[in-house]
Write a protein of this length. Structure first.
Ligand code: SAM
Length: 221
């Protein structure tokens, strides 16, 4: 059975109302946006991130993660879909240096803080290979809904196999509880491929024997 503990719960994040307020429904996504280039992260406000720079918003996340997942400075930590690596940077600043991040976006990785850039790899999760029972903590925040179902069917068991303690996984996923919410998400960010309800996600990961933390986040409601 999976749990819902969320180390990100107090980290600065847009509320559904704020997202609704700034979103630009008539916007047509460029190729650069759709391939997670500069337009995706640092385009004009109201479109995707609308600018994403380091502001320390994840500084409290590390403390919570260490407590929840019993991490020590030498723990091996992997983030799937790390973008600019700002969460891993917080681990690094607290002397957790056994870190790895993977993201498909070359732009995001090239925009990451220099001290951690060598720990980040530009790679797609769709053909990822991970070693067995290697990581002390694997997390992925708001990334899995950007993958198609067949990739997810391959990836979830891979993650479970690759972590040493099976409950030391945190997946944060964007969910839609109605077709209205799903349309809103897709017009806000058409790079989403698997927009489903929280019940769907819970059943999906459970079908692979997932016992980590699954946090379902509604972007619009
Ligand atoms: C909504 S962003 C979340 C980024 C970061 N985890 C955060 O919470 O700020 C989605 C991320 O997934 C990455 N991504 C999308 N498809 C991917 C794939 N097939 N392989 C690896 N990363 C992917 C994007 O480049 C982007 O950084």
């Amino acid at each position: 059975m999976c749990c819902e503990y969320n180390i990100f719960d107090k980290a600065l994040s847009r509320s559904p109302a704020e997202r609704e307020r700034v979103s630009q429904p008539s916007y047509e996504a460029s190729t650069d946006f759709l391939s997670f280039g500069e337009a995706y992260f640092d385009g004009p406000p109201g479109i995707g991130y609308g600018g994403y720079s380091y502001d320390g918003r994840y500084s409290t996340v590390v403390r919570k993660a260490c407590k929840r997942y019993s991490l020590v400075k030498s723990s091996k930590i992997l983030e799937l879909g790390c973008a600019k690596g700002y969460v891993l940077f917080e681990f690094f600043k607290k002397k957790y240096c056994n870190i790895e991040g993977i993201d498909v976006s070359e732009y995001a990785i090239n925009s990451s803080p220099k001290p951690i850039r060598k720990y980040l790899k530009q790679k797609s999760l769709s053909d990822l290979i991970l070693p067995e029972e290697t990581y002390d903590f694997i997390f992925s925040k708001e990334v899995l809904p950007h993958l198609d179902i067949s990739t997810l069917e391959r990836l979830i068991p891979l993650i479970i196999r690759s972590v040493k303690v099976k409950r030391n996984i945190l997946l944060v996923v964007q969910v839609a509880e109605s077709s209205f919410e799903k349309e809103k998400i897709l017009s806000w960010d058409p790079t989403h491929k698997t927009v489903r309800s929280s019940i769907w996600w819970r059943d999906f990961v459970s079908s692979f024997g997932f016992t980590g933390d699954l946090v379902c986040k509604r972007l619009f409601n």
